[in-house]
Design a protein around this ligand. Structure first.
Ligand code: C5P
Length: 222
């Protein structure tokens, strides 16, 4: 039995990696199974929220009750998120996606051929939009939650991201949680720090729902 803590709330979630095409058969991407984002979508739905899930390419089943929007690149993910913000006015935005920070500056319609004369190949990259930061700096914004996978200085880097991206909560975790079934995280807000786990990604998702419920209540009291 799950108490309907998020009943009447709309939650927009991004999950999985983005894939940035270079030519019809190649591209660059981030390592991400989508498991944590999908676990969160599933938990939000079980706790009564209406869930909109914007997903990069993953092998995951759409959680019961969630409406899924498939995207490939960061640009597509951004456009889909902006459209859903305008049309659906979600109460909460949870950015779990491992968005590629850069994309190839040029897309080639034809497969790029190997140059036999050179042993190296340079790729020009263009910066992708930071979707969380974009949403976090809107004048009228949902409660914004981001993730930060870090190899070092997990808490310091998480705090910096909280500030820079205009997020209300950052879930900071060691980078080795990527593609794993478990997670070990710190929930960082402007005035609190809470260790969550080690435990399953499903357990982290349940704890996150409780934290969202608390933050939404705090927000309404302001
Ligand atoms: O990659 P980084 O550690 O900066 O990601 C932190 C948070 O920002 C994550 O929640 C991620 O989904 C989000 N992000 C984003 N768009 C980007 C890069 C990151 O929304 N281009």
């Amino acid at each position: 039995f799950y108490p309907k803590l998020l009943s009447g709330k709309k939650v927009l979630i991004t999950a999985g990696p983005t894939f940035e095409a270079l030519d019809p058969v190649r591209g660059i991407t981030n390592s991400s199974s989508g498991k944590q984002g999908y676990s969160i979508a599933s938990a939000c739905s079980r706790y009564g929220a209406e869930v909109l899930l914007v997903s990069g390419p993953v092998h995951q089943q759409t959680p019961a009750g969630a409406v899924r929007f498939n995207v490939t690149s960061a640009e597509e993910m951004k456009n889909c998120v902006i459209q859903l913000l305008e049309e659906e006015k979600p109460d909460v935005f949870i950015s779990v996606a491992a968005v590629a920070d850069y994309r190839p500056a040029h897309f080639s319609d034809k497969k790029i051929k190997k140059e036999n004369s050179s042993d190296s190949y340079s790729l020009e990259l263009t910066k992708n939009p930071d979707i969380l930061s974009l949403v976090g700096h809107l004048e009228s914004k949902p409660l914004c939650i981001g993730f930060a996978a870090e190899t070092n200085d997990v808490i310091d880097n998480g705090r910096l991201k909280l500030q820079r991206k205009g997020a209300d909560l950052i879930v900071a975790n060691p980078a080795n949680a990527i593609n794993s079934d478990s997670n070990d995280a710190v929930f960082i807000t402007k005035d609190s720090l809470k260790t969550v786990g080690p435990g399953s990604k499903e357990a982290l998702a349940d704890t996150l729902v409780l934290e969202i419920n608390r933050l939404l209540k705090d927000r309404n009291c302001e």
